[in-house]
Unconditional design. Structure first.
Length: 550
């Protein structure tokens, strides 16, 4: 008999059959009973739409909420669409296992506590759960998809998931339910896209009242403070009208630590939406700005790392950061794009290219900075009379920042792709990353037709890449090592060990100011070649070593 069951596979390879049509009704009956019981116990019912990186943890934080008497005050239903890519998150969460991998131990503890011990959190695929909600939190994605590498102006906001979610919510919630959009959206989305969708749905259902819609963006930071970066952190919020504003303030005071991290309430959602976009564009811009000084430094004997450290002594300038091989992460590469896109497509202005100069340039610079790393590898190998084509190159660090396993839009991915295109045999080591999905699943990840692989040739073999964990073994026989991310393990590496493990002098490329001057000197003494982003003083050290030995 033909087996037509469709499966969703979790990151460790476990298969989960997608629910069939006839299971939806039973699932709703289960949720209804749970919600009834919770309501009898005085709990508010909160539905979190989208249990991804942000939604899963936000759902657990809300489910962990207690009132002034220490009693659990919320019952949370995490609602996730049953797609092949994401359905597995539901059965995992229902077992009390976090669907997101985090370096913060509190994520696993809190999800286990709320699902298994407190029983205040469940997950479902059935969006009819919206009918049971007093409050809905929207944590679905809103991506900015770029058509070209290094030209964000041709990109567009991918509103489909958010628009579909808002329509479903409008079709199903009760009139007095508060809806809170936490997704980072193009400014204007809450009032001019989401609210009209919901109003239309209400009118169709014969509901006279106005939907209660609010916005409050996330500032979550992947890493060891994951939970704190949501719960114990300053929030900004606003509502489409006075009632929505009052309701969202009350809700956030209940679920977040607003006592220590006060809430900022804005007049209108476009102001809170713009806050998020400007905040991240500011960060992207100060990082991009250092790219030109990084090139200046490389070509003029200047160590930009020392320059930055000298400037940071001045308290007014102490938030300068060296940009590394590009910026990466989910938010900084896309958020400015949402603002640029909204100006024309939501707000109706035609002169976007005249007024937006800095934000698009910053994103374009950050998106392509990693390509320069490939040039440094090429040049270092050439100085050792080797060619990039056919050389074995080890990339140390696949994630976008130190000591996390998050690989989304990491500069390292571009380094891999460009060097693979130039014919290098690429290998990767990362203590925090198990699977590099952007490479392993490049046909479908981050979405079919959206992989960066489309901007390069010769990418097929990258699908076979395995992230290595044993650094000495990974180094055996390589001709070049790229230190791409300042993971703790890479900070204190001893040049003598590296050369011993590689079995020969190698090219060492430092992308993040990881090497001390002593280490650089020692690499040269051992016959290695060293190049680095923004560190022109290396040539001086090389000359000194050469003069000493001659
Ligand atoms: N991850 C971060 O580091 C971070 C930081 C700050 C802000 N944000 C913002 O938070 C938002 C969410 O990001 P994320 O990282 O959690 O994304 P994600 O892709 O991990 O999660 C989104 C989830 O929503 C689900 N979904 C989509 N449509 C749905 C629907 N109609 N019904 C139910 N589920 C649906 C998806 O399947 C997915 O599981 C984004 O706007 C992002 O910009 C993220």
């Amino acid at each position: 008999m033909k087996n037509n069951v469709t499966y969703s596979v979790n990151p460790s390879g476990e298969k989960f059959a997608l629910p069939k049509k006839d299971e939806y009704e039973q699932e709703f009956i289960r949720l209804e009973k749970l919600a009834d019981n919770a309501r009898k116990e005085g709990k508010e019912i909160v539905v979190v739409m989208g249990i991804g990186f942000v939604g899963a943890v936000m759902a657990a934080i809300v489910a962990d909420t207690t009132d002034e008497n220490g009693r659990n005050s919320k019952f949370v239903i995490g609602c996730q669409r049953p797609s092949i890519r994401s359905y597995w998150k539901i059965p995992m969460l229902n077992k009390g296992v976090s669907p997101v991998k985090a370096e913060d131990p509190e994520v696993d503890e809190m999800i286990h506590r709320t699902v298994v011990e407190k029983q205040t959190l469940v997950a479902t695929y059935n969006s009819d759960c919206l009918k049971l909600a007093d409050c809905v939190v929207v944590d679905v994605q809103c991506d900015y998809s770029k058509q070209d590498l290094g030209n964000m102006r041709t990109g567009e906001a991918d509103m489909a998931a958010l628009e579909a979610t808002m329509k479903t919510i409008g079709d199903k919630i009760s009139p007095h339910c508060l809806v809170l959009i936490e997704t980072t959206v193009a400014p204007g989305t809450t009032e001019f896209v989401a609210w009209p969708i919901m109003k239309k749905a209400f009118t169709k259902r014969g509901i006279d009242s106005t939907p209660l819609l609010a916005h409050s963006f996330e500032r979550v930071m992947p890493g060891r403070e994951y939970v704190s970066s949501i719960r114990d952190f300053w929030r900004v919020c606003s509502g489409c009208d006075n009632e929505a504003r009052k309701r969202v303030e009350k809700f956030l005071h209940e679920v977040l630590n607003t006592k220590d991290f006060p809430l900022t309430v804005m007049d209108r959602p476009i102001e809170s939406e713009t806050t998020k976009i400007v905040e991240n564009s500011y960060r992207a811009t100060i990082l991009a700005y250092l790219n030109e000084w990084s090139l200046f430094a490389e070509r003029n004997g200047v160590d930009l790392i020392k320059v930055i450290n000298a400037i940071k002594m001045r308290p007014t300038h102490d938030n300068m950061i060296f940009p590394g091989p590009g910026i990466g992460g989910y938010c900084l590469p896309k958020d400015g794009g949402l603002g640029y896109w909204a100006y024309r497509h939501i707000l109706g202005f035609e002169d976007g290219d005249e007024i937006f100069k800095i934000t698009p340039t910053a994103i374009d610079i950050n998106d392509t900075r990693a390509l320069h790393v490939a040039q440094l590898v090429r040049d270092a190998l050439r100085n050792m009379s080797r060619y990039i084509a056919g050389s074995d190159v080890l990339l140390c660090g696949a994630s976008y920042r130190q000591d996390v396993g998050d690989t989304r839009y990491s500069g390292s991915e571009l380094v891999m792709r460009r060097l693979a295109e130039m014919g290098a045999e690429m290998y990767v080591h990362d203590p925090y990353v198990e699977h590099w999905y952007e490479l392993e699943n490049q046909d479908v990840y981050p979405a079919p037709g959206h992989s960066w692989s489309r901007f390069f040739r010769n990418q097929e073999n990258l699908q076979e890449i395995k992230v290595q964990k044993d650094l000495p073994a990974a180094l055996k026989g390589v001709e070049a090592m790229i230190l791409a991310v300042p993971h703790e393990q890479y900070l204190q590496l001893n040049p003598d060990d590296i050369v011993k493990w590689a079995g020969q002098p190698i090219a060492v490329i430092d992308c993040f100011g990881i090497l001390t001057d002593d280490a650089i000197r020692r690499y040269f003494e051992l016959g290695c070649e060293v190049k680095a982003l923004g560190r022109g003083h290396i040539q001086r050290i090389k000359k000194e070593v050469k003069n000493q030995s001659s």
